[in-house]
Ligand binder design. Structure first.
Ligand SMILES: [Zn+2]
Length: 317
């Protein structure tokens, strides 16, 4: 049968039987459709996981993560590494001296020098593995891009996630991540109407999101009251048009509460400050979906080794 006849037959079949499955190579699929059984990746994630790129050193979200839990594949959710095998190699990327059995495949690079590591399940790029460097007894360093993984913390009923917006999230996170009893922080966006907002989109100031920090604390060590006090003591909660030099709706002061208990405590401190004579501009809003910001925003000052320009600690309580 000549190609024209095949094409004509295909068209007739599609018209008569719209539900028929047409072989993949006859249909122009969008690139993303190829990965349909996997999680949708952002352009930044694709650059590393699909196109084997490397995130900049000392920028990844999990570089300094010390929580107990499991690191899973960003693309297919397969468990890859355990927190027990993570160590600090000071190389700028999360390092592990062992993998979950069978989870990671080693492939020698074309130059024959380095060994690439990929997820055994989806073949997504993870990073490289290096041997005999003397870091740990296992003499193995899996040097993994944070962006290739997702971290699933070990279930702990004492851990509580709370959300604060107080201007540029780099500065908000800087103080919370150092606070006693805080296990983990991440920065992102909350309160807007757009799904998967990017930093650039939020900066256009029409998505309704506020730059927000997620704080996970251990309730046996600290309390929500401590967190609320720290929130008020690390920014100017009387500023109505932003925070410090950062002017715009995304920089407004807001406590996103997840429970009536949190709302009551936040209100209690707003009342205390009002009685002290402050004109509190902080908003109280119910927490909504927290959208994590791009990797390079995470733990920004800690990774850069610098200090915030927009936030400082001033004791009030
Ligand atoms: Zn995978």
């Amino acid at each position: 049968m000549n190609p024209n006849k095949i094409m004509l037959l295909a068209i007739v079949i599609i018209i008569l039987f719209p539900n028929v499955v047409v072989p993949q190579n006859n249909v122009k699929t969008k690139k993303n459709n190829i990965n349909m059984k996997y999680n949708t990746l952002t352009a930044q994630e694709e650059k590393v996981i699909i196109h084997k790129g490397t995130e900049a050193p000392f920028t990844g979200e999990y570089l300094k993560n010390k929580q107990e839990g499991t690191y899973i594949c960003k693309r297919c959710d397969a468990p890859l590494y355990r927190s027990e095998d993570k160590f600090d190699s000071r190389c700028g990327w999360p390092s592990f001296d062992d993998e979950i059995e069978g989870a990671v495949t080693r492939i020698t690079d074309k130059d024959g020098v380095r060994t690439e590591i990929v997820c055994s399940n989806c073949k997504g790029h993870l990073g490289h593995v290096f041997l005999n460097e003397g870091f740990t007894e296992k003499q193995t360093r899996h040097c993994v891009n944070s962006i290739s993984m997702k971290f699933v913390p070990k279930k702990d009923k004492n851990l509580v996630s709370v959300y604060f917006a107080s201007g540029c999230f780099w500065g908000t996170e800087y103080f919370f991540m150092k606070a006693k009893g805080v296990k983990h922080t991440s920065v992102g966006f909350m309160g807007g109407h757009l799904e998967y907002p990017s930093y650039e989109e939020v900066c256009e100031q029409n998505t309704g999101h506020l730059e927000t920090t997620e704080v996970i604390f251990d309730s046996t060590v600290t309390s929500y009251e401590d967190m609320v006090r720290l929130f008020f003591e690390t920014h100017d909660f009387t500023q109505t048009n932003g925070q410090g030099p950062d002017i715009g709706n995304q920089y407004l002061s807001c406590i996103f509460y997840s429970t009536p208990h949190e709302r009551d405590i936040a209100q209690k401190y707003i009342d205390i400050l009002t009685k002290k004579g402050y004109k509190v501009a902080t908003m109280l809003k119910p927490a909504s979906k927290f959208w994590k910001a791009e990797n390079y925003h995470q733990q920004y000052y800690e990774n850069k080794g610098t200090k915030p320009y927009c936030h400082k600690y001033s004791k009030i309580f």
